[in-house]
Design a protein around this ligand. Structure first.
Ligand code: NAP
Length: 310
């Protein structure tokens, strides 16, 4: 049997993904008809991005799986039929990009680069930055992206702690878990990185109470999702100096509205949701492998737990 695979990502990415997906399916010996248009009732698999054309899944009556092109699935979970498996994107290219972005922004804070980039007004102040082994960094979220970032920071020499829902053991990382573990994870975070998914349980993980658990002057880097942070609480903590600076890549409303106080705040860096993205060639391998598994009756990789929302 040939599987009918509908590519429902952004229209302009089909010319890149089409040949890559066809080549990967051929390499894996998967019989698949890959197109960017199909009658809905003929579709077996949807390769899906929320930025693509599909909003309503109900006409897809014989669907075997939804294969997300995005790692974050908060916009897909409420839409995709609960009876159909939903796989999210775990892509080595996405991981590498996130690791580089996180390492770069962590090093900016650690080395105090801004002091020199923004000018020293003729003042010669030869203070050498500390070593990473004397800096504590915490990563909230020890999934695909959080673990890759935490390991890279540990490899640079930082003292790295992590926090997740279930207890983890990661070499070189001090792991905390669950609501009871958050206080210890935050207490050490001179630099805090958020790589949690956007779910009901993670909303406002950083709020007026938990921001107070950070060391005074802590730096925050959020490439996770906007709703992880209570924005008013963060602005208050920045104004009081409880938080020294924040680099925010994701927001409750994107693009971030021009009137939002983050834009003008002297201690906030806004980046426009560019921390990382799915990379076509490695993502095509993951998608094709899941189509192979689906056709072989094997469990799909990277399934979303619909009750947890990630
Ligand atoms: P993932 O593999 O699903 O990992 C999620 C991690 O968060 C897991 O360690 C999980 O714990 C933890 N977690 C979930 N709910 C929690 C809770 N209530 N309390 C404590 N920990 C909790 O996700 P990922 O692939 O690493 O991606 C993380 C997020 O990055 C995505 O959801 C997306 O929002 C964001 N992202 C952003 C960009 C960007 O460009 N800015 C790009 C890609 C992705 P367990 O390990 O115990 O399950």
């Amino acid at each position: 049997m040939t599987a009918n695979v509908l590519f429902a990502g952004r229209a302009d990415s089909w010319p890149v993904y089409g040949p890559l997906l066809k080549a990967e399916c051929a390499r894996l010996g998967v019989k698949a008809d890959l197109r960017n248009e199909f009658a809905p009732e003929e579709v077996d698999y949807i390769v899906y991005a929320p930025s693509g054309p599909i909003r309503d899944f109900t006409p897809f009556t014989r669907l075997k799986a939804v294969l997300s092109m995005w790692a974050g699935v908060e916009k897909i979970v409420p839409n995709a039929p609960p009876s159909v498996p939903l796989a999210r994107m775990v892509d080595s290219g996405l991981e590498q990009g996130m690791t580089e972005w996180v390492a770069g922004h962590t090093l900016r804070y650690h080395l105090g680069m801004d002091a020199h980039i923004h000018g020293q007004n003729g003042r010669w102040d030869p203070r050498t930055p500390p070593l990473a082994k004397n800096r504590s960094v915490t990563v909230l979220g020890l999934g695909a992206l959080g673990t890759a970032s935490a390991k890279a920071l540990a490899a640079l020499g930082f003292q790295v702690s992590g926090w997740s829902r279930s207890q983890k053991e990661v070499e070189g990382i001090t792991c905390h878990a669950g609501p009871e573990g958050l206080k210890d994870a935050l207490a050490k975070a001179e630099i805090l990185i958020l790589l949690l998914p956007d779910t009901a349980a993670t909303e406002n993980t950083l709020n007026a109470d938990t921001l107070g658990w950070l060391p005074k002057g802590a730096k925050i880097i959020n490439p996770g999702r906007g709703p992880l942070i209570d924005d008013d609480a963060l602005l208050g903590a920045l104004d009081r100096g409880q938080v020294g600076h924040a680099t925010l890549d994701v927001f409750r409303v994107e693009p971030l509205p021009p009137e939002h106080p983050y834009w003008a705040h002297p201690n906030v860096t806004v980046t426009p949701h560019i921390a990382s993205e799915t990379r076509e060639s490695t993502a095509a391998e993951v998608i094709a492998e899941n189509i192979r598994r689906g056709e072989a009756g094997e469990p799909l990789l990277h399934l979303v737990d619909r009750s947890l929302g990630y």
